[in-house]
Design a protein around this ligand. Structure first.
Ligand code: NI
Length: 170
């Protein structure tokens, strides 16, 4: 699936809760996972493929030879966050080649519905905690560059405008 590149108005919109997990949405989740692995990336939110529904996919297993752990989350919600913070250098498939330090709660408890519609809840830390918060932000129309100082954000946005112009030309 083509991934939207910032700036795009669809990346700034709040996504709607999923009322009914249909087969169509399950297929979408599978396609999003393939798109994410192909990119390659560790997380992808539905608005990034132009679908304004509350669906994210992620897999932060990085080690060679480690079993993948694809997670599909409908209506994910952070229900608790630690006071402890963690800073990671974040990137985003919608903002290619740009990375910046973002500070977020180090541990979060997330509740969501799985692909079968069953409620799930889990504590995440490390890269998983950062990634799941980054993806949930996408559902609120928020990008990691929104945490940066305006000048830095504008600089990155200008680069993306230029990149999109070049992509449109080829
Ligand atoms: Ni992202």
């Amino acid at each position: 699936m083509p991934i939207l590149i910032h700036p795009d108005p669809r990346l700034k919109k709040k996504a709607a809760p999923v009322a009914d997990i249909s087969d169509k949405l399950r297929v979408l989740a599978d396609n999003m996972l393939s798109t994410m692995y192909d990119a390659p990336g560790i997380g992808l939110a539905a608005p990034q493929v132009g679908i304004l529904e509350r669906l994210i996919v992620l897999d932060c297993v990085k080690g060679e030879g480690e079993a993948p752990r694809p997670l599909v989350m409908f209506n994910p919600e952070v229900v608790a966050a630690s006071d402890d913070l963690n800073t990671y250098e974040e990137g985003c498939l919608s903002i290619p080649e740009q990375f910046a330090d973002v500070t977020r709660p180090a541990e979060v408890t997330v509740a969501w519905l799985d692909a079968d519609g069953n409620p799930q809840q889990e504590d995440f830390d490390g890269l998983w905690a950062t990634c799941v918060q980054h993806e949930i932000d996408h559902l609120e129309g928020k990008l990691f560059i929104d945490y940066l100082k305006p000048l830095r954000r504008q600089m990155i946005t200008r680069k993306m405008v230029k990149l999109k112009r070049e992509m449109a030309r080829t």
